[in-house]
Every structure is written in C-alpha cells, then in structure tokens.
Design a protein around this ligand. Structure first.
Ligand code: NAD
Length: 491
C-alpha cells in the first residue's frame, strides 16, 4: 500500500493505524491493504470539501470550464483502462471483459456529464407570471458538499455515477468506496490529481461503513448524502440525514421480475434471463432474480435455461473464456449459500447448480443456480440474494403475472417479453418499478433515469435526473413596476 487518503488535493496519511486487507476472491489471497479511515479522517476530508465549496473556485466556475476537467478525467480513465480493469478483476472477481465494459462506462459517464455541465451555462428559466409587475426566473446552483457512499459490485462505475454529476453541478464531494473494493477509487484519485481539479473538490477516503461511512453520513458539514447499497444501510443513512435535513438520494436493492409470455422466442428469453442473472455473478441490484413464465412454455424454457446455465465456464476473471467469476468475498459466498439452503428448506427444488463447482476448490465460486417450486411468500422468492441464483415460477395469465411481479417490497426493475407489443406496453404501465425492460433485460444507458420505487430507493441517478441530484433551484423575482407597493405606506 503506497497511497492512503486523497484529501484537499494531496495524498495524506490516515490518523488511524487500522488497515483492511484486500483479498482476491479467485485465490482467497491478500494482495494489498487499504486504510480504515476513522472519524477524524472524515472530518479532515469534509472540511477540505467545505473549504473548496465555500471559498474555492469550483462552484462559481462556468459549466463549460468544469466540462474541460471532466473530459480530462474521462480521458485519464480511458488511458488506464487495462490497469483499472485488471484491478477490478482482482478486487471484485468479475470476468475481465465485464470489467473492461465497466471502465468504458465509467469514462463515458464523465464525458456525458461534461456535456451536461456545459448545458448549465444556459439553464436559467424565465417564469412567466400572471402579475406583470414582476419578472421571475429559476436558476440552478450547486447544492453544496456531497458525501457519497458506494457498494462493491461495480466499484469504479458506481463512483462515476456519483462523482461525475456532482462535479458537473459544481458540488464538492467526499467519496467513501466500499471497504471490499476500494482500489480503483484510489486510481481515480490519482487521475483527478493530474487534471488540475482545484484542491478539496474531490476527496476519497477508504474505510468501513460503520466507522468512516457513519462519520460521513452524520457529519454536519455535509449538505447531501448520495448512497448506493443495501436497504438496511440505506435506512440507517436516511436516519442520519434526518437529523440535519440533509438532501438525500438512495439507490438500494431489488428482486426484479422478468415476465415471459408464451408467444416469446424461448432462445431470446433464455439469453436475456442469463444476461440478467449471471452477469457480475448476479451481484447486480437490478438482477433478473424472479422469472415468471407463462404455463404453456414453462417446461421448455426451464429445460433450455438449465441446459445453458450448466454450460457456463466458471473460473478466475482473468482467464480467457470465463463468463462467471467468484463471488466478491467469503461473507457474500456464505450469504448466498445460506439463502439457497433456506430456499430448499422452505420447499424450493434446485433445478441446477447450488454448490461449489468440484473443479474449483479455492475461491468463492458458486455454480449458476436455478431454483423452482418455491412458494410466493418464501424468502428465496421475496428477498434479494445477490448471487447467480434465479427463481423460476409459472403463471396462468397476464393478470396473475402482473400481480406476482408487483408482489414485492422492492421496485427497482422489471422486464416483460412477448411478441405482442400492445401487451408489453400495457404490462409495462402496470409494473411498479423504476426501470422496465421490454424484450430485453439489464441494458443500462447513461442518458436514461435509474432508480427504484418502494424500498428500492429514493430519487433517480443518470441522465439529467442524476445532475439534478446535485443542484438547488433558486427563484429570483424582481419587482419592476414604478408604482409603489402601497400596503402599509399609502401613496
Ligand atoms: P452495504 O449497504 O453493505 O454497503 C454499501 C456501502 O455502505 C459501503 O460503502 C459500506 O461501507 C457503507 N456502509 C455500511 N454500513 C454503513 C453505515 N452504518 N453508515 C454509513 N455507511 C455504511 O451494501 P453492499 O453489500 O456493499 O452492496 C450490495 C447492495 O447494494 C445490494 O443490496 C444491492 O442491491 C445494492 N446496490 C444497489 C444499486 C442501485 O443502483 N440501486 C447498485 C448497486 C448495488
């Protein structure tokens, strides 16, 4: 470990002597250490961000000037793509090709928000008032100091989803990556250090959630909390935000349904289901974890899904041809195995997978798993598993499918497949989720809103919604009449 904390535009040493081992989930070996920052480190970082916001040039700069720097960050990420992708594989376990995709997406996010930063220069909105004695406009201003806390499933990409819009808006930020996967965030700090971002605009502090994360969410110098992670942590962060009425956005868990009608192309359905649940080892908030299949094609679809799932090549993410790597760490591996066991105890049948592959004795590997026969109220059907585990159930008709899909405390994403476009649109309108995919599942676009209904979160990231997360709207009203107001003082 050479670099510790990036605060105020410099690498500084932590006030904590605690270190977190970085473990490669494919080998179970410790290959690095990161700092477990404490509340004092967080305080230093928030003060740096506060100073940069209150007295630094960044919030007052034109959007087009900020865009220049955001594009340099995008270029810096692209230049170090291979190194970043390799680090992501070692830290998170994902296959290299997926890691490359993430890094390209992260660079693209910075480029996209550079364009949106430019658009802010021309964003004042004239409000037409019925009372013509006044003129009125609404202007957008940066919200302040943002505290961002992110998970381990898409380490650099989740950082980009928060850092890029916050910086585009003119905010300053303290970012706390997940203690499980912090390495690419530290490289992001190196990239930022080279692009002449004013000191304190972006501060990156590694550490545990219950120490550094809690200190950040409770710090009175933070104006906004942007969180992605689990529902219980989101709830804790919301309570912390409530104390000082901090602005908050939450991107939480999911249990996303995929409804397949009998007129669908079964091969296409199987491909999208697999893309939805085996990508990133199923450790995806919007993962296709509940599949609802119309009774007429249930046996055929299940047979093809099991056949294809059994063909997936498992192994270390840096090995050619691997499509499923290890789960991120031992704790996640145990959680997923426990969820499968509980599912079976509650009546589910394992159609395939459910165990460590015999050929991989080291690393947190789990076979692609398909479960069937579970009850609708069972934990395996209702709770997020966050692993390569898909539950499949038959349905009788459209009404039943929509009811079953909506019978969840989550509402992040849902998908529907049918050759009948009217039916797809009708079902899309009835599903209580923030993202609906028709005839596909999972493709995610920087330009489009991302976020959930119900316990899947509050607010939207990406697109102009993502930028708005970091903006305040100010009303400026001018009295332009020569007539005295004349309420107390009569003319
Ligand atoms: P997690 O909630 O355990 O941790 C997320 C982050 O919160 C980490 O940085 C952690 O250190 C921090 N944290 C933990 N306790 C904290 C506390 N008390 N105060 C402040 N910070 C704290 O989640 P995870 O296991 O890292 O990620 C998996 C979860 O994230 C899943 O539920 C998944 O669905 C969700 N997720 C959602 C999205 C989305 O866009 N909706 C995207 C990715 C992941």
């Amino acid at each position: 470990m050479t670099k510790q904390l990036y605060i105020g535009g410099a690498w500084i040493n932590s006030m904590s002597s605690e270190r977190i081992p970085v473990i490669n989930p494919a080998t179970e070996e410790v290959f690095d250490y990161i700092v477990a920052a404490n509340a004092d480190d967080i305080d230093t970082a928030v003060r740096a961000a506060r100073e940069a916001f209150d007295n630094g040039p960044w919030p007052a700069m034109k959007g087009s000037e900020r865009a220049v720097i955001l594009r340099k960050i995008a270029a810096g990420i692209t230049e170090r793509k291979a190194e970043l992708a390799r680090l992501e594989v070692m830290d998170n376990g994902k296959p290299y090709a997926e890691a490359e995709w993430d890094i390209e997406d992260a660079a693209g996010t910075f480029s996209y928000y550079a364009d949106l930063a430019e658009s802010l220069d021309d964003s004042d909105e004239v409000i037409s008032l019925a009372d013509e004695r006044f003129s009125c406009k609404a202007v957008k201003e940066p919200l302040g100091v943002a505290g961002a806390i992110i998970p381990w499933n898409f380490p650099l990409l989740m950082a980009a989803w928060k850092v890029a819009p916050a910086l585009a808006a003119g905010c300053t930020m303290v970012l706390k990556p997940s203690e499980v996967t912090s390495l690419t965030a530290l490289v992001l700090a190196e990239i930022v250090d080279e692009v002449a971002l004013p000191p304190g605009v972006l501060n990156i502090v590694t550490g545990f959630g219950t120490d550094a994360g809690r200190a950040l969410s409770e710090h009175p110098g933070v104006d906004k909390l942007a969180f992605t992670g689990s529902v219980p942590t989101g709830s804790t962060i919301m309570r912390a935000a409530a104390k000082e009425i901090k602005n908050i956005s939450l991107e939480l868990g999911g249990k996303s349904p995929f409804i397949v009608f009998a007129d669908s192309d079964i091969e296409a359905a199987v491909e999208w289901i697999m893309f939805g649940i085996f990508w990133n080892q199923g450790q995806v908030c919007s993962a296709t974890s509940r599949v609802l299949v119309e009774e007429a094609i249930y046996p055929q679809l299940l047979a093809r899904l099991v056949e294809e799932a059994n063909k997936i090549t498992l192994g270390p993410g840096d090995e050619e041809g691997v499509l499923l790597g290890p789960l991120v760490n031992e704790s996640q591996y145990c959680k997923v195995l426990a969820a499968i066991e509980k599912g079976v105890a509650e009546g589910a049948t394992i159609a395939c997978g459910g165990k460590r592959p015999a050929s991989l004795t080291t690393g947190y590997y789990l076979q692609p798993t398909v479960l069937v026969d579970m009850q609708e109220d069972s934990a395996v059907w209702q709770e997020e598993i966050f692993g390569p585990v898909v539950c499949v159930k038959p349905f009788s008709d459209e009404t039943a499918a929509v009811r079953m899909a909506n019978n969840s405390r989550f509402g992040l994403a849902a998908a529907v497949m049918s050759r009948d476009n009217d039916r797809c649109e009708r079902v899309a309108g009835q599903l209580r989720s923030g993202i609906i995919w028709i005839n596909c599942s999972q493709p995610t676009f920087t330009e489009a809103p991302w976020g959930g209904y119900k316990q899947s979160g509050i607010g939207r990231e990406l697109g102009h919604w993502g930028l708005n997360n970091y903006l305040e709207t100010k009303q400026i009203t001018t009295y332009r009449s020569d007539e005295p107001w004349g309420w107390y003082i009569k003319p």
